[in-house]
Design a protein around this ligand. Structure first.
Ligand code: MEZ
Length: 535
């Protein structure tokens, strides 16, 4: 139920609904997309970026907020830690308890490695849990991994590391099978065949879903499997510094109990960073769809020991974050809403773009509509456009919303908005870190031995923009891959003398570059006291 100030615009949306539902908006040309991105996408706003003065990516520009934490001080000095007092001694140490971390741990454990997960919140407090719309895999007869590759490569501006993307799409059908056999309740039709839909930039319907809580369903299953297998999980404990051995290979981490602040040493033959994304960095003041712990910790841990980042300057702003009411500002409104037929409509009731352009293009188009074109709806805390959800019931028939996107229906119903009858207001929200640590096809970082990475902390799988559903896919494919390879590598590793010398080296580099800072990192949790949240 919308108050009086929205009624004039709402009347126009309703009046045009039938015609807008039937409309087939054209796709933008490549040139139009490039021009749009350059003018309106946040990644192209030069004033929001600065140069890294130290570390493996020295000379590259990344968001100011990321520069600050990458160049920051460690939370510890080497002299604070007795590296001989080893509390945990394992083959494979997995840092992070989301979808990538749990997938990695399951495979490492199944390969016979003594495996431990350390997670700063609880297992499953992760962006995986927040993912809604689905997971891509080309497993139907009209589709192929090659087709999936072409879609994702183009959508990512031809910048993906080819061998990583090839692995992603080729292993996708196997990932769905694995999840299905573990017990994920994918949507199926009456014959038992999985239901699939389109996402932005897909040429085939290959999005497999569990209604609109696909990530929660996948995370539930992975968490159960970790518990059933008896894998050790140390929760409410963060990794605050990696430990190398005397040969410069990853060999564990310094852990900190989040409550007591007790510091502990975990020694490991191989380490997997699976710390997830960065939405809580609130780049450029954007709100976020991410979970509370998404603060780019893995990038910091890896960077300080010399691991290189790939495309850290590219972020994904999900086109449809909730813009109203204020209580859910920035929350994810799944792309599946558009896959099911809802279109984006401006203050005048006009459809202004094809609803399934790729995410960066869609976000830039919405930003243009709300800025230079002055066609946004005033929400009281900014501008937004309508996502005309009642179109879904017109196209799919009564009951489609309740059946296919019940979480969306419930979220808005809590605030008196019935999305079956009324449209919703949306604006881009910070959703995904396209860039991250550079890995080879085995999941190991390209320049720190025995340090593996999986999930959102990896850069290069998707290039400079990710398609919907390829993240739930990459956490499974590259999570499992990292687990298998970390376990295999661990078999041939004898850990040398543990060392934290890299902290002093990084300090010296910072001083030589004339950087003065009081910031310590990893950040671990967001700090809303200064209200840099966009909320
Ligand atoms: O891949 C994603 O980010 C995803 C599935 C999000 C969504 O819109 O539901």
């Amino acid at each position: 139920m919308y108050s009086a100030e929205f009624q004039e615009s709402l009347k126009k949306v309703e009046a045009n609904r039938a015609a807008n539902t039937a409309l087939e908006p054209r796709r933008m040309t490549a040139q139009e997309k490039d021009d749009l991105l350059a003018a309106y996408h946040p990644d192209y706003k030069k004033s929001e970026f600065s140069e890294l003065k130290i570390g493996p990516n020295k000379g590259e520009v990344v968001p100011h907020e990321l520069v600050e934490i990458l160049q920051a001080k460690s939370r510890i000095k080497a002299s604070d830690i007795n590296l001989e007092d080893v509390k945990y001694d394992v083959d494979v140490l997995v840092i992070g308890g989301g979808g990538a971390g749990t997938s990695a741990a399951i495979e490492a454990h199944n390969a016979g490695a003594k495996t431990m997960i350390v997670t700063k919140l609880r297992m499953g407090d992760a962006n995986t849990m927040m993912a809604e719309g689905g997971i891509q895999a080309a497993d139907k007869e009209n589709d192929s991994p090659a087709q999936h590759y072409i879609d994702a490569f183009g959508g990512g501006h031809f910048a993906a590391k080819k061998e990583l993307l090839a692995k992603l799409v080729c292993d996708a059908p196997g990932a769905i099978k694995w999840l299905n056999e573990l017990g994920v309740e994918f949507d199926k039709d009456e014959t038992g065949r999985m239901v699939t839909t389109h996402g932005g930039g897909t040429s085939r319907k290959r999005m497999h879903a569990a209604k609109d809580y696909s990530g929660a369903e996948i995370m539930r299953t992975l968490r159960d499997e970790v518990i059933n297998l008896g894998i050790e999980v140390v929760d409410f404990t963060s990794a605050i510094e990696l430990i190398l051995d005397e040969n410069g290979r990853a060999a564990g981490a310094v852990l900190m109990n989040m409550e007591t602040k007790e510091l502990m040493v975990a020694r490991a033959k191989t380490v997997i960073i699976a710390t997830g994304g960065a939405g809580r960095m609130h780049y450029q003041g954007f709100p976020t769809s991410n979970h509370y712990g998404a603060t780019a910790d893995g990038l910091v841990l890896g960077y300080r020991v010399g691991a290189k980042l790939l495309y850290p300057e590219t972020l994904q702003y999900h086109p449809t974050g909730a813009a109203y009411p204020q209580q859910i500002f920035g929350a994810l409104v799944t792309e599946k809403v558009r896959s099911l037929g809802a279109k984006l409509v401006n203050v005048n009731g006009e459809v202004f773009m094809h609803p399934l352009e790729t995410r960066d293009v869609s976000a830039a188009s919405i930003i243009r509509e709300c800025s230079d074109r002055n066609n946004g709806v005033d929400t009281g805390s900014g501008k937004a456009v309508w996502l005309d959800t009642p179109m879904i019931e017109i196209i799919g028939g009564e009951g489609t919303i309740e059946k296919r996107i019940p979480a969306m229906m419930r979220m808005f119903a809590s605030y008196g908005i019935d999305i079956r009858k009324e449209p919703i207001l949306i604006y881009p929200t910070l959703h995904y870190q396209n860039g991250g640590l550079d890995i080879n096809v085995n999941g190991m970082t390209t320049n720190v031995e025995n340090l593996f990475v999986a999930g959102e902390a990896v850069g290069g799988i998707h290039g400079k923009n990710r398609l919907m559903g390829n993240s739930l896919l990459d956490i499974i494919v590259f999570g499992r891959n990292a687990g298998i390879n970390a376990a295999a590598t661990a078999k041939n590793v004898t850990v040398g003398k543990l060392s934290l010398e890299h902290i002093a080296k990084f300090d010296a580099e910072r001083e030589a570059a004339g950087i003065v800072t009081d910031t310590v990192s990893p950040k671990l949790l967001p700090d809303y006291r200064g209200n840099k949240s966009g909320m």
